[in-house]
Design a protein around this ligand. Structure first.
Ligand SMILES: *Cc1c(COP(=O)(O)O)cnc(C)c1O
Length: 399
């Protein structure tokens, strides 16, 4: 490592709050599916900023659209209309078939808004203030208090108790465990269509349909968190679109702006017409012209450049190559996921493998201690998959 890179790492450790155990590289620039550190070392990126940079780095049309917006208008208050927000809202409504959208700055904020909308909807129905929300064990919804309260990982919550209260936890894909949590106070059920941080667990069709039916019968709102699994990653614009069901409220973020911090929660007209009104919710930055220029351009490019088609071409190949690794090594016990959101499950911690891969020019990340997660840019090719597998294989051989 160069003195310069080492110096930046030392300074970072002195100045930044230590909330991440960072890998020992300083990233400097990106090109396509590759990242470069300050020393000029090249890395094949199978993380894409954790499912963010769907288009890969330095995507010309995207960069040009952002530059044009910078020269025009970066920010206005939400007290005024702006064209990029209107365009982005129209486009995201079209691809999601939802009816109303609220733009946020992050995923966690989208979850906060979704929870508030659900509680307000229930409050307007019966005037009670003791409504309950059912969330899933091993879920991840973000680090703010509301989002943390529905995150099914006690370790993340413990030091910050008390949470917002009236949250019950069930198990993904265990409908009986959901039924056990339901009562006349239940106002919403929140889940990730494919659990990300919790270990790449897709919800089953049977489970989603049962939960949807239950919600319909009891007028409970189904909130699907598509922050990681949405935006084309599973081969559908949103993962739930595979299952012939529809949420009442949906959250998105990560790849929505492809690097510009932006999220959104969306709802059906039923919820939109009977939940949040003027004064109930707001944001200074959320949905500003710059963020929305990114959203609008990303959605245009998804369709013009056939991004989801590429996912559906490459994902089966990635699955096949990962399965080969699983069959080759006893210590790999499972491969699961959907589309370009895959996990290899080990019988031991994966930190060492990820560290080795990094030293050989491959960026990977875990999901939980024993799972390597693969969430590459959605523009990867089969050749990129082959390159990734050959580096990973060489790291596994010495385990
Ligand atoms: C990343 C993530 C969040 C939180 O998003 P932030 O932008 O980090 O606040 C919420 N839900 C899911 C499923 C996520 O993957």
């Amino acid at each position: 490592m160069s003195e310069l890179m080492k110096q930046y790492i030392d300074e970072a450790e002195k100045a930044l709050l230590h909330t991440y155990n960072r890998y020992q590289i300083v990233l400097d620039k990106g090109e396509g599916v590759y990242l470069y550190d300050l020393d000029g070392n090249k890395y094949l990126d199978f993380v894409s900023g954790i499912a963010v940079f769907a288009l890969g780095y330095h995507y010309k049309d995207y960069d040009d659209a952002l530059k044009a917006q910078i020269d025009k208008l970066l920010h206005t208050s939400n007290y005024y209309y702006n064209v990029p927000a209107v365009e982005a809202a129209k486009k995201i409504k079209e691809v999601s078939k939802m009816d109303r959208v609220f733009f946020t700055n992050s995923g966690a904020e989208a979850v906060e808004g979704a929870l508030k909308a659900a509680r307000k909807y229930a409050f307007l129905k019966d005037g009670r203030t003791d409504h309950e929300i059912i969330a899933m064990n091993h879920s991840f919804h973000g680090r703010t208090f509301g989002a943390l309260s529905v995150t099914g990982n006690p370790h993340y919550r413990e030091a910050f108790e008390p949470m917002i209260g009236n949250i019950k936890f069930a198990d993904l894909n265990d409908f009986d465990s959901v039924l056990k949590c339901v009562n006349d106070k239940t106002c919403a059920i929140i889940l990730e269509t494919v659990q990300g941080e919790g270990g790449i667990h897709p919800a089953t069709e049977e489970f989603l349909k049962s939960v949807r039916k239950l919600c319909d019968e009891k007028d409970i709102l189904l909130i699907l968190d598509e922050i990681q699994c949405g935006m084309g990653r599973t081969g559908y614009m949103f993962a739930w679109q595979k299952y012939g069901i529809k949420p009442d409220i949906m959250t998105t973020a990560k790849a929505l702006g492809c690097g510009v911090p932006v999220g959104a929660f969306l709802m059906t007209e039923k919820v939109g017409a009977a939940s949040l009104v003027a004064g109930d919710h707001g944001t200074t930055y959320g949905g500003n012209p710059f963020a929305c220029a990114a959203v609008g351009k990303v959605l245009d490019l998804f369709s013009e450049d056939h991004i989801i088609e590429n996912v559906n071409q490459v994902a089966p190949y990635l699955e096949k190559r990962l399965d080969e690794l699983k069959n080759k090594y006893d210590f790999i016990i499972d491969r699961r996921g959907a589309g370009l959101m895959q996990g290899l499950v080990f019988d031991r911690p994966v930190a060492e493998v990820i560290g080795k891969a990094l030293s050989k020019g491959l960026i990977l990340i875990n999901a939980g201690s024993d799972i390597i997660r693969f969430v590459p840019p959605l523009v990867i090719t089969k050749e990129n998959v082959d390159d990734m597998i050959s580096i990973l294989d060489s790291c596994l051989e010495s385990i």
